[in-house]
Design a protein around this ligand. Structure first.
Ligand code: ZN
Ligand code: ZN
Length: 286
């Protein structure tokens, strides 16, 4: 007989936690697949969409160890992600076993530059220049470049065409630290209320609210004229399209609802996207 996915910490929970310890961050979809895998591997009944309950059970055991699996949003895709977070150290000293003091100093400067930037991204040149003012121990240009590569490999930073952004893992782990350090500079997204780095900003100087790019895409998707949700001024920025993962999720919800039968009149676009998403999610079922 299969055991139920319960409040009790079982082997499936332990397997899940072990895997999370090995990878810095999981997307919601990866976490759901992992949940399924862990349940099947340990003969536990798998119940879809109970991921958060399952994680809460693990978190209750992690609390005395000052650890927690925490949820956050990927600023690129808008996807929910999960990271295993060390709560005992709120600042970046949590990284001191892997990085030297001057490396941590440069990482701190990098965070500072990103927080102070308009859209949450800075160039490698800006980071390398700031390495000149290190007080702990000077670094050569090549050493700074190596450090940036390591920070990307360890999933603290993302790099795209010479520009650096904070990774999802970094945002989930360092949110509290960043709030404490840069209280006056950081802003929350007007839509999802999480800390916002890569975002669009209202042009009205009296307003200046921030909205994450994926939140912009979702919020303005069906609006004929985009207006700031806070001050009502026209929203002049280009509206990004909703990320494919988001679309897949919406389409699955759409399909599983009773609207399925009425969907035929709505044209072929959603049908095609659904076929595409089914192939991506269930490659063997085509
Ligand atoms: Zn947002
Ligand atoms: Zn505004």
């Amino acid at each position: 007989m299969k055991a139920k996915m319960s409040q009790q910490m079982g082997d499936s929970h332990r397997r899940f936690l072990q895997t999370m310890m090995g990878c810095a961050v999981l997307t919601g979809r990866e976490a759901e697949s992992l949940l399924r895998y862990c349940c099947e591997a340990h003969n536990t009944q798998y119940v879809p969409h109970k991921l958060d309950d399952f994680i809460n059970t693990i978190n209750s055991k992690l609390q005395p160890l000052f650890m927690q699996i925490r949820k956050g949003m990927c600023e690129d895709s808008g996807e929910q992600c999960y990271a295993l977070v060390n709560m005992s150290q709120s600042d970046i000293t949590r990284m001191s076993s892997d990085y030297a003091d001057n490396e941590l100093e440069l990482f701190r400067k990098t965070i500072e530059l990103i927080v102070g930037s308009e859209n949450g991204r800075i160039s490698s040149t800006d980071i390398l220049n700031s390495a000149d003012s290190l007080t702990t121990k000077k670094m050569k240009k090549s050493e700074s470049e190596q450090l940036l590569n390591r920070l990307v490999n360890d999933k603290w930073l993302n790099e795209n065409q010479g520009e650096y952004t904070l990774s999802t893992r970094c945002i989930i782990e360092m949110e509290q630290y960043i709030h404490t350090m840069y209280e006056d500079q950081v802003k929350k997204c007007q839509i999802c209320h999480h800390i916002a780095f890569q975002c669009q900003i209202c042009d009205n100087p009296a307003c200046g609210i921030k909205i994450h790019n994926p939140c912009v895409a979702r919020f303005f998707k069906e609006k004929t004229e985009p207006r700031c949700p806070a001050c009502g001024e026209f929203w002049p920025h280009e509206i990004p399209s909703v990320h494919i993962d988001q679309l897949i999720r919406e389409i699955i919800m759409f399909r599983s609802s009773r609207e399925v039968r009425q969907s035929r009149q709505r044209g072929l676009r959603r049908e095609r996207l659904f076929d595409l998403s089914t192939q991506m999610l269930f490659p063997h079922h085509s």
